[in-house]
Write a protein that binds this ligand. Structure first.
Ligand code: GLA
Length: 383
């Protein structure tokens, strides 16, 4: 099959009768560990995946962006000097990025192009962050401002929270902007410092898509954020990141049961994430897998953001002898889990886990190997 890079180049050629000037690309992500910690100023350990969004484009005169989505067979355009919230849903992500870039003082040129992607939407693999960062790359290619991954990640997050209206943390945009091939990134979500950590040589990362999609999770996500803020206020600190395990043990006694469990998840998950980065540096897949399992239990029982399909899938993975560890990944409720698997046994693992999940749920999942890929990039095609 043709790569998506070649696909968008060919589609651009068909549409415009010329090759594109640039191809901008940004990846989706899978988070190995560190869930619901980013908006608590904590630690996350995601990797960018070999799936993403590609945009083939050329500059055009005048302050207009025109973009054709090959996946949706839909064309949209907007004017950079008069943006309004009135176009089709997917264009809001592009407009939001243009808005955030301009708010940050960048002067933007117009462009036209075609885009395509292979990150399933709503599956918890950050298709929206990939679209935001690919769009930022497209603007950077024609407008020529400097590319600073954390700054671009923050603008993508601003686009999503303030233009699109989804109140997310910084993890997805950071890893889409700054990912590294063959590595996960330990991200300090307070300082935005990143440390790349290699994947254990004998282990592979498998995405387990439950074939369920999240519905009304925004309200649950916002509720979790509010509970975490209430817990931080109880401890008298800016964010749960600032509460050590000792302080929690000493002071948490007067918290109500729900807030207590929410805080316990975040505080223990931050510790697990730092330990997971250490395990990766030591090449210890067994320890990394054990931490992933603990993370799932904590998300399921304390933070309560898993769901029946995700729990079934993780249990199906846990039953395989070649599985080092497995957990739900992303915001939760539906979508994907992630497993760390012995590299030599991936094919067997994939086949057996998919069959077992279907037997238990009557759903056909998508189970596939993922490689850690680089963050958002631009290829200069012609001229
Ligand atoms: C979503 C958000 C992220 C993060 C995760 C949970 O993916 O976009 O910022 O909060 O949920 O870890």
């Amino acid at each position: 099959t043709m790569s998506l890079h070649s696909y968008v180049v060919q589609a651009f050629q068909d549409r415009f009768g010329q090759p594109p000037a640039f191809v901008a690309r940004a990846p989706g992500r899978v988070n190995l560990i560190g869930e619901h910690t980013d908006y608590n100023d904590g630690f996350v350990l995601p990797m960018a995946i070999d799936r993403g969004i590609w945009i083939a484009l050329r500059p055009r005169s005048g302050p207009v962006v025109q973009i054709h989505s090959l996946d949706l067979d839909s064309t949209a355009s907007f004017a950079l000097d008069s943006m309004r919230h009135e176009s089709a849903g997917w264009v809001e992500y592009l407009q939001g990025v243009a808005w955030a870039l301009q708010e940050a003082g960048h002067s933007l040129s117009g462009w036209e192009g075609v885009m395509a992607g292979n990150v399933p939407r709503g599956a918890g693999l950050s298709s929206s962050a990939a679209l935001e960062l690919a769009t930022a790359r497209a603007f950077q290619a024609v407008s020529g401002f400097p590319w600073d991954p954390p700054a671009m990640a923050l603008l993508g997050q601003k686009a999503e929270s303030q233009w699109v209206g989804v109140n997310c943390g910084i993890m997805d945009q950071m890893i889409s902007a700054a990912g590294e091939a063959d590595h996960a990134l330990l991200i300090d979500c307070r300082s935005l410092a990143t440390t790349s950590v290699p994947l254990p040589a004998d282990a592979a990362v498998v995405v387990l898509d439950t074939a369920t999609r999240r519905g009304l999770v925004d309200s649950a996500y916002n509720e979790r954020r509010a509970q975490c803020e209430a817990a931080a206020a109880y401890f008298g600190v800016p964010a749960l990141r600032d509460v050590t395990g000792e302080r929690f043990a000493a002071k948490a006694g007067r918290l109500d049961d729900v807030t207590y469990r929410r805080a316990r998840h975040v505080i223990s998950e931050n510790a697990r994430t730092l330990a997971a980065a250490e395990a990766m540096r030591a090449g210890d897949a067994v320890e990394l897998g054990r931490l992933m399992d603990d993370s799932h239990v904590s998300l399921r029982d304390d933070f309560e953001v898993s769901g029946p399909a995700l729990n079934h899938m993780v249990e199906c993975a846990w039953e395989e002898p070649s599985c080092y560890g497995a957990r739900m990944t992303g915001a939760g409720f539906a979508g994907c889990a992630v497993a760390l698997v012995e590299a030599a046994s991936v094919e067997t693992f994939v086949a057996r886990v998919a069959a077992r999940y279907t037997a238990r749920t009557d759903r056909t999942p998508a189970v596939y190997l993922c490689r850690a890929s680089a963050g958002a990039s631009t290829v200069h095609e012609v001229g």
